[in-house]
Design a protein around this ligand. Structure first.
Ligand code: PLP
Length: 388
């Protein structure tokens, strides 16, 4: 009996595996590989944050927490949202602590989508968005942020994709994989479309703290948008806590009530020791974040200049820790470029088409790796491009 054919649900069978994973698997057994492929900080979680988790274990805090998360952590998140993004959330009814931003996105979509509801997904984007919409019974409608617009989506493009089934739009700014960030005025124009069509925005703000140029604005802080925003964020990127699996979602009480039911049944509560670490991170992690941001900024400046010198034209991303250079001048498509670079020079980059159609012609290079590794990677990429 073929278990897959017999038992796997049709929509799961049809789901494609992540284009990023596929690429990493190809490096198995290879030595001296430099990876610009990873989407996580190269820093270890600050010691005092780790220590808070250790202390919580020593104190015996090993049981479940409240479903929505430790009250103290929710209070800290509310304070942080107010202080840094000027948005006010009630910690008792509008904040849910989740297993990473990943779970926050999943339960938010599952809470709002009826079968067949459409969600506009702005691409290039994080690989999970469209699959999670599908798994929630919705239909992802992909719109392409274009290179000629610095990978920023235009309100008219959103307007064009809206139908009577559209319920929400998913936006990530600063963006993975392009690093591009919407400014306040651009967000206001997008908000006009969202409000006039009575939609929600699922705003993935996980890179909000990793901004190098310009000021960050939260979608929830745009006039008229607080009630329409599902704000997803977490600790993975700003505090280098990917392995702790800690995130959160802030949204009006009526929507929180819905997604919390899913969280309650599916997860119960986020890992307790991670929540204690999160409290410490929010209370006293400011200097660590500032230090890491400073280091990312330096590396961004270096890699953008180097890629452009090599002839892989690259806009200067305002945030996150990715560059998205064009590889069109090489005559290769993004998969060919990434595969040949890996075999010729043992450098991992991710083909842009893994993030959506408009990512073709580009590769994602993460600069969350040491300066020495980056310098060596640039040397190898230059050598590779010269052979083409
Ligand atoms: N959203 C974006 C845009 C990401 O890039 C990532 C991770 O790469 C996530 C969400 C997932 O974050 P977490 O580790 O909090 O689940």
């Amino acid at each position: 009996m073929d278990l897959k054919t017999t038992y796997l649900a049709k929509h799961v069978k049809e789901l494609k595996p992540s284009g990023i994973r596929k690429f990493f698997d190809a490096t198995a057994g290879m030595k001296d590989v430099i990876s610009l492929g990873v989407g996580e900080p190269d820093f270890v979680t600050p010691w005092h944050v780790r220590e808070a988790a250790i202390l919580s274990l020593e104190d015996g805090y090993t049981s479940y927490t409240a479903n929505a998360g430790l009250p103290e952590l929710r209070r800290e998140i509310a304070e942080y949202m107010q202080d840094y993004f000027s948005v006010s959330y009630d910690p008792n009814h509008e904040i849910t602590v989740t297993v990473g931003a990943s779970e926050a996105i999943d339960i938010s979509l599952r809470a709002i989508l009826d079968p067949g509801d459409e969600v506009i997904v702005v691409e290039p984007c994080f690989v999970s968005y469209a699959p999670l919409v599908t798994l929630a019974g919705g239909v992802p409608v992909c719109v392409q942020a274009l290179k000629e617009n610095q990978f920023k989506i235009l309100p008219a493009q959103i307007e064009e994709a809206i139908t009577e089934r559209t319920k929400a739009i998913m936006i990530c700014s600063p963006n993975n994989p392009t690093g591009s960030m919407l400014n306040q005025e651009e967000m206001e124009r997008i908000a006009d479309v969202i409000i006039s069509h009575d939609l929600l925005v699922l705003s993935d703000e996980i890179y909000a703290e990793l901004v190098y140029d310009g000021n960050y604005t939260s979608f929830a802080a745009i006039r008229g948008m607080r009630e329409r925003t599902i704000l997803v964020s977490g600790f993975s990127k700003n505090l280098a806590m990917t392995g702790w699996r800690l995130g959160y979602v802030c949204t009006p009480a009526e929507i929180t009530e819905g997604l919390l039911k899913i969280h309650q049944y599916a997860i119960m509560s986020a890992p307790t020791m991670a929540q204690y670490a999160g409290i410490e991170g929010l209370k006293t992690g400011r200097e660590d974040i500032d230090e890491m941001r400073k280091s990312y900024r330096q590396r961004r400046n270096y890699i953008v200049q180097s890629l452009n010198e090599i002839g892989l034209s690259c806009h200067k991303p305002e945030g996150a820790f990715y560059t998205f250079p064009s590889i069109e001048s090489t005559g290769l498509n993004s998969e060919q470029f990434a595969t040949r670079l890996l075999h010729a020079e043992k450098v991992v980059v991710v083909p842009g088409n893994a993030f959506g159609k408009s990512g073709e012609g580009h590769v994602r290079c993460s600069y969350a790796t040491s300066m020495e590794q980056l310098q060596e990677a640039m040397k190898r990429i230059r050598r590779f491009v010269e052979t083409l």
